[in-house]
Design a protein around this ligand. Sequence first.
Ligand code: FES
Length: 109
Amino acid sequence: MPVSQSCLVCQNIDCKSRGSEQLAAELQQKIAAKGLTDVDVKPYMCFGACQEGPNVVIYPEKNWYAHVKSEDLDDIVAHLAGAPHVQRLDTIDSSLKELIYQLLDTGVF
Ligand code: FES
């Protein structure tokens, strides 16, 4: 991947109650195991899609994965390594995506 990417994993109450803390840790491990040194995992405060969580946004690439489960992480890591994005997890309404991407573009992390 040409630009380094961040996996922003929501750590607010709803996503956390669905296991986002554990997901972030597993994702970190899998990224390291794959040798992807240009990808990091960061917590995020809330993407405003709390009922769709756990939510993971890959930025600056701009892919949003919703309802992420542990068993989805291998596909997400494969995507980070260059495979096509994971279509089945791309379920968020495009207007909300645009809003959050614009917010991220302002640098408010
Ligand atoms: S709690 Fe995760 S999107 Fe709001």
